[in-house]
Design a protein around this ligand. Structure first.
Ligand code: 5HY
Length: 243
């Protein structure tokens, strides 16, 4: 199967690391294609960035539809534009946030999420409510590490993340941790070993769920709100998106 993994920010080095994490989790027969939009924010931290990341992400989904893609992963932890992507896509579309929450709730009673900056907490909490999983989440925390600092070994990001996981264990009573950014994917295994509890990376979780859905022959339903967009003209800079 062909799986398109869309990093919804425009930082190519982060897309490369996300692609590596996805390939490490994927089955041998799964072809991973990791891309990012050409237009939009270099990182997504909060609602404003998220809004401007959606058109570029949808363009990548539409390109994927023209290239025989079996399924899609939205590789940004706030599941940027997930529902809109499902309207465009034939195959399943899995957000790394939703995937991680579901996997965590299968191996733990209550999990905590550790994301980057405080401004990213509210969108994640809103998604937990939307997905019906807020009761399984002890708390959404931030380690106050900007997204792009995760790429910089000298930033002390790993130590800050590990310290926040310690606080989640002692103060929240969390029995699993969900890493709240695609840029943390390569840290999951080592942090799980260090802290002695499941540490869930959304990129790997989403890859495995997408494989399972395709393997079971499930595609995005076109009966309800994920029906194909109504054909209509788009004006201005979005004219090229006219359905
Ligand atoms: C992410 N931002 O996974 C989110 C994390 C966050 O550019 N990739 C981003 O802080 O919301």
């Amino acid at each position: 199967m062909k799986l398109l993994v869309v990093n919804t920010n425009t930082t190519a080095s982060m897309t490369a690391r996300i692609g590596e994490a996805a390939r490490a989790a994927a089955a041998p027969a799964t072809q991973i294609v990791a891309v990012n939009p050409l237009s939009g924010p270099v990182s997504i931290e909060g609602y404003f960035d998220e809004a401007f990341a959606v058109p570029g992400m949808l363009e990548e989904i539409l390109k994927g539809e023209a290239a025989a893609t079996d399924a899609y992963v939205i590789a940004c932890f706030d599941d940027t534009g997930l529902e809109a992507a499902r309207c465009c896509a034939t195959g399943p579309v899995v957000g790394i946030g939703e995937a991680a929450f579901h996997l965590a709730s299968l191996v733990a009673h209550r999990f905590s999420v550790v994301t980057t900056l405080s401004r990213s907490i509210a969108p994640i909490e809103a998604n937990l409510v939307k997905y019906g999983l807020i009761s399984r989440c002890a708390r959404v925390r931030a380690c106050e590490v900007p997204v792009l600092a995760l790429d910089d070994p000298a930033s002390g990001a790993r130590a800050k993340l590990s310290a926040e996981i310690d606080r989640a264990k002692t103060q929240d009573g969390a029995d699993a941790i969900v890493l709240g950014c695609a840029g943390m994917a390569d840290l999951a295994a080592a942090l799980a070993l260090e802290h002695g509890l499941p540490v869930i990376d959304g990129v790997a979780a989403a890859v495995k769920l997408a494989e399972a859905l395709v393997g079971l022959g499930h595609a995005t339903s076109k009966r309800g709100p994920y029906a194909r967009p109504i054909a209509k003209p788009f004006a201005g800079i979005f004219a090229k998106l006219s359905a």
